[in-house]
Design a binder for this molecule. Structure first.
Ligand SMILES: [Zn+2]
Length: 241
């Protein structure tokens, strides 16, 4: 790249641009971390919500089963009453035996259903306990997450404001730079996690910590042109102590 006469001023502008860029990268990193934390809390709550929903569905199913059993028992009860009434009116022994067996069969069936109902009611009660437990867990977590999110909001307000300020100053500085130089800065910044302009100390690039050739070091010290580190491509500058 050919040097232009205003590159001495350019290096000063680039240093300022780098200062803004460094802060932007730092603040974005902090805010991203908080965002991840927030997302983690949200997915945890979602998991709890799903478990709660499943328990509620299981409770509805268990209730339906119990209700069906109760209905069936009631039906059989009615049948037993009817059979008993018929028993009173029978005329032959054959009829008597027939209705007696009917009553007996229905009673057996009723016993079996009642045994099943007891088991099912027991199950239903257990599921109800699970629903209450998961509802409690969900509510607690929800409250905790709400307060933690408020905390995160509070903590990040200042960082967000600072980020906006740096973004604004980055844009302002960018406007004063030649677009091709701005491009160069952005490209190098992207390759190097936001660090495009670095100091050289004792012939060492403070970006990649490699020695730079002596001739190049002299040129950087002279500060009359924009020099890139041969290792990491970062734009180099020198500060006199
Ligand atoms: Zn370097």
């Amino acid at each position: 790249m050919k040097d232009t006469p205003n590159q001495v001023q350019d290096i000063e502008t680039l240093i300022k641009l780098q200062e803004a860029e460094t802060e932007i990268v730092r603040l974005k990193g902090i805010l991203e971390k908080f965002e991840k934390e927030k997302n983690k809390l949200c997915s945890k709550l979602k998991q709890f919500g799903m478990a709660l929903e499943e328990n509620k569905n299981n409770f509805v199913k268990a209730s339906e089963i119990c209700c069906d059993l109760e209905k069936e028992i009631k039906m059989i009860d009615d049948r037993i009453v009817k059979s008993n009434e018929k028993l009173k009116m029978v005329k032959t022994n054959k009829e008597y035996q027939l209705f007696l067996r009917e009553v007996d069969d229905n009673k057996k069936r009723k016993d079996a259903l009642e045994t099943e109902l007891i088991e099912r009611l027991d199950e239903k009660e257990k599921i109800e306990g699970l629903v209450q437990e998961s509802q409690k867990g969900f509510s607690l977590l929800e409250a905790q997450i709400e307060s933690e999110q408020k905390d995160i909001e509070k903590k990040t307000v200042e960082d967000r404001e600072m980020l906006d300020e740096y973004l604004e100053s980055q844009a302002k500085i960018g406007k004063t730079l030649d677009p091709s130089l701005m491009n160069r800065f952005n490209k190098i910044s992207k390759m190097n996690q936001g660090l495009a302009v670095v100091n050289v100390k004792n012939e060492v690039c403070m970006g990649c910590f490699m020695n730079i050739p002596p001739q190049l070091y002299i040129e950087v010290q002279r500060g009359k042109s924009l020099i890139s580190c041969p290792q990491c491509s970062r734009i180099l500058y020198y500060i006199k102590n």
